[in-house]
Design a protein around this ligand. Structure first.
Ligand code: FE2
Ligand code: FE2
Length: 284
């Protein structure tokens, strides 16, 4: 299956999103649970993206003599580095809203990175197995971010009620996730083409993504003094039904494509969505 749109360059753009204080506390659809799910992404992305960068860099020896792949990896690292810096800016706004974002970040760091990742890299050293698993988890999470990005771009009602600066941040991030979706995949192919390794990474990624986003949502909701217990079932129902309606279609149709033996991210034709979204934006 060939892609209909040429692969764009994953350009590193200079951006500087600014969030004004006071920022509406329940900024997403006036729904605290939906907002804290998005806030959990602001908290999870920075450390997650640092992990992606470590994971490809661990195999620098494999791509350093391939100038084209090296250039693409450098762009991938540059894009992810900009993403985590921009999302991390929102942590300060959350503090100003009487939330304690660092409580989640501490748990996330202790368990996922200082715990699981460090253990795997230090213990599973034979044939660099720990490093290979970390890269395959990265590749799987990039499949997720590209799917979420496509849904976010296509379903305009996801972002239509967001404050403009937040919408701009998520849309820019979404476009770049699509631009670079194939880069870690191509590194993994070169490192180890094992099908079992690739789908094993997807199992860990699927658990990790939903577990930590769920945990972040629960922790922030519990910290939020403006959440009324009696409204939680209604807000949760609204959030889940909207999520199913807007993200469900793409996730259902693209998730399982990853399990095809000959899968490559380029087979999902969405590069044009990134190009269209970024066209006319004056990011340097
Ligand atoms: Fe990113
Ligand atoms: Fe990414």
């Amino acid at each position: 299956m060939a892609t209909a749109t040429a692969k764009p360059e994953a350009k590193i753009r200079k951006v500087n999103f600014k969030f004004e204080k006071p920022f509406p506390k329940h900024w997403y659809n006036d729904n605290p649970i939906a907002t804290h799910f998005m806030n959990a992404q602001h908290l999870a992305f920075p450390d997650g993206e640092k992990f992606f960068i470590r994971s490809v860099k661990a195999f620098a020896d494999v791509y350093k003599n391939d100038p084209e792949l090296k250039k693409r990896v450098d762009n991938f690292i540059g894009q992810e580095g900009t993403h985590y810096a921009e999302h991390q800016k929102f942590w300060d706004i959350m503090e100003s809203q009487d939330l304690q974002p660092m409580k989640f970040v501490d748990v996330f760091r202790k368990t996922a990175w200082n715990g699981l990742e460090t253990w795997a890299r230090k213990t599973l050293t034979k044939n660099q197995f720990g490093n290979k698993i970390a890269l395959s988890v990265t590749v799987a999470l990039e499949h997720y971010t590209a799917m979420l990005a496509e849904s976010g771009i296509l379903n305009k009602d996801i972002t239509e009620k967001m404050p403009q600066e937040m919408k701009d941040l998520f849309m820019w991030h979404a476009a770049e996730e699509i631009e670079h979706k194939a880069i870690p995949f191509d590194v993994l192919k070169k490192v180890d083409d094992s099908y079992a390794l690739r789908v094993g990474g997807m199992a860990i990624a699927t658990w990790g993504l939903w577990f930590y986003l769920g945990l972040g949502t629960v922790m922030l909701t519990a910290q939020d003094k403006d959440v009324k217990a009696k409204d939680i079932p209604k807000d949760l129902f609204m959030f889940l039904s909207k999520f199913r309606e807007t993200f469900g279609g793409t996730l259902a149709s693209q998730y399982f494509q990853y399990f095809r033996k000959d899968f490559h991210p380029d087979q999902i034709d969405n590069y044009h969505l990134a190009e269209e979204l970024l066209a006319g934006k004056n990011y340097a």
